[in-house]
Write a protein that binds this ligand. Structure first.
Ligand SMILES: O=C[C@H](O)[C@H](O)COP(=O)(O)O
Ligand SMILES: C=C(OP(=O)(O)O)C(=O)O
Length: 482
């Protein structure tokens, strides 16, 4: 077996089974380097190029197995993929992304999993939030810092209100692709699928999926994570030096992009592993979690913390199946199950799911997404959500976990640091009449900065209440539900 490896972003190395290494200057044409090789030897296709530190000799069989499994996973049927018109350009862009520097550093990704393990263990709370769909146009430092400030206010609300440390994860630095319910919009144009794929502008040419946007999404994400690192470096918080850290996450939707940014991490030569460098945490959405589909297959192979969205139709046994598949070794912090049932369904659908997973002794982070099950169209034609429904779903989520004795681990919300009017209600009393001037989202309605903070205060009260009650319970009061 011969492996084709990518070294330092610009050179290929080819290592044969005897450990001989050949180099080429031109990473676009690996044939140059192969003249000294035994033609009988199998050459791993170029598309499996991975990053290896110089001098490390991988175990052939383990590497080959990882490559094979990655290819097999993404080769499964994949829902919600763009129909790229220009395949040649796609190949070019993907080749560039394969040798691009990581957006999320492996050490940061591992650190996030450690923090999420504390969430799974009940000693930390997860706040995951950001845009429904990031856009290239709104990607300014001011915008990123406003989001970071709001996430920080939420974090401090939880810390103050419930004395709970928080791990903060932005839907940021990569949330550029959207699954859609219908392939066409109301005007008959191909649906907008996020800036990574096409343009929100209602123009047939601009709605055509354009592979060059993959590269732009990568570049914009790299810029955003730089801003988040800058924010963390200058900000001060109440919980210690890492207070302002914001990890990144997005839906692992467009597999051409995700696969290209997946690398082999061989820092522990005994345990090489595939890891996504597109974000610290990737989640699989409600529309793409087909058990035999490419997204679940891909997510089951990478070492990153994974999120899994589940809606009201998810069956308890199926959820346990996902848990086993996505976290086979039951590593705490590896899997976050993000429940988006809707306020009317959370109390009836979630208990059996939580029971199934907890009874099996599996460790997951339970998070509540109170947005996606509560969407409706306002009388003046905007997709919206009512803040009262959002609060009610969060309350229902806490009630279910109180009854089950499990930890309500966190919140996952679509939000912005701006003063928009997209969701109805809250203390500012946003109404439908505010939409014509305040509705700015590229896709789904977000909480504005004030609503997001109100929600965090509300959740902190529920968390504090729960902690007080469980304290009573351990003292013999026996209180288990809210
Ligand atoms: O944010 C999530 C989805 O992309 C969104 O809810 C789908 O919206 P649609 O039903 O308008 O396609
Ligand atoms: C599409 C999303 O959610 P879901 O998969 O839960 O519908 C989302 O969070 O952007």
């Amino acid at each position: 077996m011969v492996f084709l490896l990518n070294y330092r972003w610009s050179r290929w190395s080819i290592v044969d089974k005897h450990g001989a290494t050949f180099w080429t200057e031109d990473h676009g044409d690996s044939q140059n380097a192969m003249s000294g090789f035994d033609p009988e030897l199998e050459i791993a296709p170029k598309e499996y190029a991975m990053v290896l530190p110089m001098g490390h000799r991988p175990d052939d069989r383990v590497m080959a197995d990882l490559y094979r499994r990655l290819a097999a996973a993404v080769g499964q049927p994949a829902a919600q993929q763009p129909d790229w018109a220009d395949r040649r350009l796609l190949d070019q862009v993907v080749a560039q992304l394969r040798s691009a520097p990581p957006i999320a550093a492996v050490e940061e990704t591992d650190r996030l999993r450690t923090l999420l393990a504390e969430v799974a263990g009940g000693t930390r709370f997860l706040l995951q939030g950001g845009d429904c769909a990031e856009t290239f146009a709104s990607n300014t430092e001011q915008y990123a810092f406003a989001m970071a400030d709001t996430l920080k206010e939420m974090r401090e609300a939880v810390f103050r209100g419930a004395a709970s440390p928080v791990v903060t994860v932005g839907r940021m630095a990569g949330q550029y692709a959207k699954p859609r319910s219908k392939p066409v919009d109301d005007s008959g144009l191909p649906a907008y699928r996020g800036d990574m794929v096409n343009s929100a502008t209602p123009d047939p040419a601009l709605r055509r999926p354009d592979p060059a946007r993959l590269r732009r999404a990568y570049e914009q994400s790299a810029i955003t994570i730089g801003r988040l690192r800058k924010y963390a470096a200058v900000g001060e918080g109440s919980e210690g030096e890492s207070d302002n850290d914001i990890f990144t996450s997005h839906e692992a939707l467009v597999l051409d992009y995700e696969r290209a940014l997946t690398r082999l991490d061989h820092s522990d030569p005994q345990r090489p592993r595939l890891i996504s460098t597109s974000a610290h945490l990737l989640w699989v959405g409600e529309r793409t979690r087909q058990p035999d589909g490419a997204h679940i297959g891909f997510a089951s192979l990478i070492a990153n913390p994974i999120g899994l969205k589940i809606g009201p139709n998810a069956k308890p046994a199926d959820v346990l199946g996902y848990v086993r598949r996505l976290n086979p070794y039951d590593l705490p912090g590896k899997l976050t199950v993000i429940c988006r049932m809707g306020s009317g369904m959370v109390r009836s659908t979630l208990p059996a799911i939580v029971d199934e997973v907890e009874s099996a002794g599996r460790q997951v982070v339970w998070a509540c997404d109170p947005m996606h099950g509560n969407t409706f169209v306002s009388t003046n034609g905007y997709k919206t959500r009512h803040f009262d429904d959002i609060l009610d779903e969060v309350r229902g989520f806490f009630e279910v976990h109180a009854a089950q004795g499990s930890h309500p681990g966190g919140l996952h919300v679509e939000m912005t640091g701006e003063d928009v009017a997209e969701c109805i209600g809250g203390l500012a009393d946003i109404r439908e009449r505010d939409f014509p001037h305040g509705y700015l989202t590229a896709c789904d309605p977000r909480l504005n900065a004030q609503q997001a903070t109100e929600l965090a205060v509300y959740a902190a009260d529920l968390l504090a209440d729960r902690s007080n009650r469980s304290l009573c319970a351990t003292r013999g009061a026996g209180v288990r539900s809210l």
